[in-house]
Design a protein around this ligand. Structure first.
Ligand code: PNS
Length: 163
């Protein structure tokens, strides 16, 4: 049996912390589906297509990783993929409450699917998409915080924003 896990997130934008979690997870499972949750109520910095392409380019060196997007309930998507696990990254304690709630709700919806938490590298433990968005939109240097293909799409998105 192929052990498949889904790594869901907004990935707006994907950071080096996300990539670190993907690389770790790709060693633990036979296959990883990085799944971009598309929430039409939110106005993201990067379009779903940009996030999809940038994540595909950033994970091209990992043959057992695919990138996809989903709308609606995560657990329905995980079941449609016949995956056994959900992977989430965990940074400091601040993440715990939200992650605990999500894991419990998802278990209530589908008890056969477990959430597995992976810690990012120490040097990425302060990184978040919202921090990268803030640095980028305020004109700071974000290039050392995200994979190179992501930096490119952020650069383009900021260009469009500024007209
Ligand atoms: O990177 P994020 O923003 O913390 O990712 C959150 C995400 C997309 C994984 C979460 O919002 C999600 O699963 N959305 C789909 C809707 C859903 O299934 N909600 C119930 C789970 S609590």
């Amino acid at each position: 049996m192929r052990r498949l896990a889904v790594y869901p997130g907004s990935f707006d934008p994907p950071t080096l912390g996300h990539l670190d979690v993907i690389e770790r997870a790709s060693k633990l499972f036979d296959g990883i589906v990085v799944a971009i949750g598309v929430n039409s109520a939110k106005k993201p910095l990067l379009s779903a297509e940009d996030r999809l392409q940038a994540l595909r380019d950033s994970t091209a060196h990992l043959p057992n990783v695919e990138v996809d997007s989903f709308e609606g309930l995560l657990i329905n998507y995980v079941q449609s993929k016949h995956a056994l696990s959900i992977v989430r990254g965990l940074r400091a304690t601040a993440d715990f409450e939200y992650e605990f709630q999500m894991a419990m709700v998802n278990r209530r919806l589908a008890s056969e699917i477990d959430t597995v938490f992976l810690m990012t590298k120490w040097e990425h433990s302060y990184l978040s998409s919202s921090i990268v968005r803030e640095v980028a939109t305020l004109g700071g240097d974000y290039t050392g915080l995200v994979p190179a293909p992501v930096a490119e799409v952020i650069h383009r998105a900021l260009g469009k924003l500024r007209g």
